[in-house]
Design a binder for this molecule. Structure first.
Ligand code: KG4
Ligand code: ZN
Length: 344
């Protein structure tokens, strides 16, 4: 009988507990995601202790469900992959411990995965990858441009100097009374308004691929507070549209510029904020106009947020490249792409 290539993958870096089974690195047989958003909403953000507790409660159930839905058992598996960073240490440890235990109990290879590489591999569910490629990673914790010269090779060429794009969305959303996480609602409001406030476009013209969103966030908050003090009511749709346009203009300008400097075949748009409709539209229009030779791979909406399917896809590549961990694997909250190379 031909042995199947089945990866059991774990993701628990923030507030989603997720377990998936992936075949041949790109077929999702199951992807169970237990979200904890409701428990964090009243605090306006993720509370690490609450997150860890939820992960503990959910991880065994999710594992059982992922295997059942995929119709496979531990004996069928090729390897176990797990996110070991970046993320919240207490949250990461739950996934890492579960993966280690299963790998040890069933004598399976244990494959460590960088969460950000996972986000990039969400695009693997729409197409094969052709190198060199560039990734625009926009999430609640990160905003970065990643150059991949070849498979398994990640180089950060630009990143945020302060807030991540998603973090800025969540903060301005909070000011407008939107529950955490606010990105999706701000995006929906933006579609109904116009860019009338003309907020700053930070670092748009600077000679690097870095981003900054804290100035925009402060400009937004000041505008709302000043209006409050004057007793004025601002149009929430125009506020959202103005904020979003500022974020999207900078993300698209820098990405297009990075493509001028780093010729690639494909561009990946991934991470939670990649679900943003304004960003999707403007990036694909910008690409058509300036780099029609580059194929845009947008991660499917259901794999933009944190999930284990993407970890399984990235994990399969790591597995083929021989990345292995053992019982000493630890969570690395500040994990960077250079980590594995540094270790070798
Ligand atoms: O990648 P993700 O699920 O978690 C992290 O690894 O951070 O990203 C979550 C972030 C949140 O900040 C959320 O507000 C944002 O993604 N987000 C969006 C949209 N949907 C989710 N931001 C803008 N527009 C959206 N449609
Ligand atoms: Zn993420």
């Amino acid at each position: 009988m031909v042995k199947r290539n089945l990866i059991l993958a774990f993701e628990s870096s923030c507030d989603e507990t997720s377990v998936a089974v992936i075949e041949d690195g790109h077929r999702v047989l199951s992807n169970i995601v237990a979200t904890q958003i409701a428990s964090h909403q009243r605090f306006g953000g993720v509370v690490p202790e609450v997150a860890s507790r939820h992960h503990i409660e959910q991880i065994t159930k999710c594992t059982k469900e992922a295997l059942e839905q995929a119709g496979v058992s531990y004996q069928d598996l090729t390897a176990v992959a797990v996110t070991y960073g970046p993320g919240l240490v207490g949250s990461l440890l739950i996934g890492v411990t579960a993966a280690k235990t299963i790998a040890w109990a069933h004598q399976l290879p244990l494959v460590p995965v960088n969460h950000m590489a996972g986000h990039l591999y969400a695009a693997r569910f729409v197409s094969d990858f052709t190198y060199p490629m560039l990734g625009l990673l926009v999430s609640g914790g990160h905003t970065e441009l990643v150059y991949m010269k070849e498979e398994h090779d990640y180089q950060i060429i630009g990143e945020t100097r302060d807030d991540a794009a998603g973090e800025a969305y969540d903060k301005v959303g909070r000011v407008m009374g939107i529950n955490y996480p606010a990105g999706k609602t701000v995006d929906q409001w933006a579609a109904k308004g116009h860019d009338t406030f003309n907020f700053p476009r930070a670092m748009e013209k600077e000679d690097n691929f870095d981003f900054s969103f804290s100035g925009l966030k402060s400009a937004f908050i000041n505008t709302v507070h000043n209006a409050d003090q004057r007793g004025e009511v601002l149009d929430k749709y125009d506020l959202a549209a103005s904020f979003q346009q500022s974020v999207v203009d900078v993300l698209v300008a820098k990405t297009i510029w990075a493509l001028d400097e780093f010729p690639v075949k494909q561009l990946i748009l991934a991470g939670g904020v990649a679900a943003n409709q304004g960003l999707r539209k403007q990036l694909s229009a910008g690409l058509q106009a300036k780099h029609p030779e580059v194929q845009l791979l947008q991660a499917p909406l259901k794999y933009c947020g944190d999930n284990a399917a993407m970890i399984g896809a990235a994990g399969y590549v790591n597995y083929l490249h021989g990345d292995r961990a053992d019982g000493s694997l630890n969570a690395v909250p500040g994990l960077s792409f250079a980590h594995l190379k540094e270790e070798n």
